[in-house]
Design a protein around this ligand. Structure first.
Ligand code: GCO
Ligand code: MG
Length: 408
């Protein structure tokens, strides 16, 4: 069996999804997602210019060897662009494997360990009452876990993942007005004075059963993060995410020594070598990698297995930048992984998105039911895809009030 061709599409409804379609001489095709948010053209170019010409003629069933060929063959290892491109190929090969076996990917991994998987939604508010309304709406829809992000009184601009004013909506991750980033202003002192009490109010209002998550988005220094994690212990957070930037892994030890609040990190990691020490030293509780830029199912599975040895559960990244293809790949791992924790979930199911990526996957009552269709269980409509083109966009950058550049 041979790979005969592969194509890359960039575009989608409100997002630059990077979709890979691998064709074979047996008529079976596989789909992968290489979307690297706000840098989408780069994995697409790597696929088109180097990986696809090498892929043609290979046996698609040999997904392990193909992964090793590209990873080791690159010589310059790791990095999100390369790992997203390898990840897309890998997902597509698992999709093909499942279709050949007439089995959903979760069965190839070892079968279902649960009937459905817990997900969390993103609640956000310009201020605390606005956030409370947003949380209440998700609970009404059946969600059992909600990430809560709130505007901070006196903060010069809206901060990460909150609207500028009450009721306004929009894409808080990507600004599509061009590739020059807009600037957010951050003030750690105001955040630290406000957020612990706001989280306590949320717990009081919604009671003990709601799973509450909060994303610091890399903004704190290690000592500040340790103090914050300690201050919010009585709230009983499900997790505190990215309290400090991922590069300084010793910072996680300081947080651990001071607080029992569960820590989630890893959405910017792309290799097992970014997190093996954190996992082995049991400095985190949830690993946040994504199958997209952590090298596909083949590599993500290795991280999940290592994590399982150390009581670290999965909490895969699921920002809206992931297409339904990589989300499906994650849902198959979630169905199988013995150490599954939770899945970040944003409703992609607009009519436009469903038309582009038809599938039988479904969310019900805050739980995700993975489709039993062979492979990943998502299709890709090329006629629909022709309606979309690449649109340049960017993440905001963050500065302190005196102009110092900070962490988005
Ligand atoms: C999350 C993330 C995202 C990122 C985004 C960057 O927890 O979902 O922090 O919102 O900001 O993926 O591209
Ligand atoms: Mg995050």
């Amino acid at each position: 069996m041979k790979i005969t061709d592969a194509k890359v599409f960039v575009g989608g409804p409100g997002k630059n999804y990077v979709t890979l379609k691998i064709m074979t001489d047996q008529g079976v095709y596989g789909l992968g997602d290489a979307t690297l948010n706000n840098r989408e053209t780069l994995p697409a170019a790597y696929l088109r210019d180097y990986l696809i010409p090498n892929l043609i003629g290979m046996d698609p069933r040999r997904s392990e060897d193909i992964w090793q060929f590209f990873y080791r063959g690159a010589y310059f290892r790791r990095g999100p662009i390369a790992m997203a491109a390898f990840g897309a190929i890998d997902m597509a090969l698992w999709d093909i494997k499942g279709k050949l076996a007439n089995m959903p990917v979760y069965d190839l991994l070892g079968g279902k360990s649960r009937e459905a998987a817990l997900v969390y939604a993103h609640a956000t508010g310009a201020d605390l009452p606005d956030l409370m309304d947003s949380i209440a709406r998700y609970i009404e829809q059946g969600y059992k876990a909600v990430r809560v992000q709130c505007g901070i009184p006196g903060m010069p601009t809206a901060s990460y993942a909150v609207p500028d004013e009450t009721g306004s909506t929009g894409d808080y991750i990507t600004d599509f007005s061009g590739i020059r980033p807009k600037v957010e202003i951050w003030d750690t002192d105001r955040y630290l004075r406000f957020m612990p009490a706001a989280l306590a109010d949320i717990r009081d209002r919604f009671g003990p059963d709601l799973k509450i998550l909060h994303d610091v988005h890399h903004r704190l220094l290690p000592r500040e993060a340790a103090a914050f994690a300690k201050a919010v212990e009585p709230v009983g957070l499900y997790w505190l995410e990215d309290p400090t930037p991922g590069e300084d892994q010793e910072a996680l030890r300081l947080i651990r020594q001071h607080a029992t609040t569960p820590i989630a990190i890893g959405e910017v990691f792309n290799s097992i070598f970014d997190c093996n020490r954190l996992i082995e030293n049991e400095l985190i509780d949830f690993i946040r990698i994504a199958v997209t830029y952590a090298g596909g199912i083949t590599h993500a599975r290795r991280i999940v297995d290592l994590a399982g040895l150390h009581h670290v559960r999965t909490g895969f990244h699921g920002a809206p930048s992931h297409s339904p293809i990589s989300m499906a790949a994650q849902h198959h791992i979630n169905a199988w992984a013995p150490n599954f924790g939770i899945q970040e979930y944003l409703v992609l199911g607009t009519p436009e998105c469903d038309a582009l990526f038809p599938s039988e996957h479904r969310l019900e009552d805050g739980l995700f039911h993975v489709s039993d269709a062979p492979g990943l269980g998502v299709d890709f409509d090329e006629a629909e895809a022709a309606r979309y083109a690449y649109q340049p966009g960017s993440h905001p950058v963050v500065r302190l009030e005196d102009g110092t550049l900070w962490n988005y």
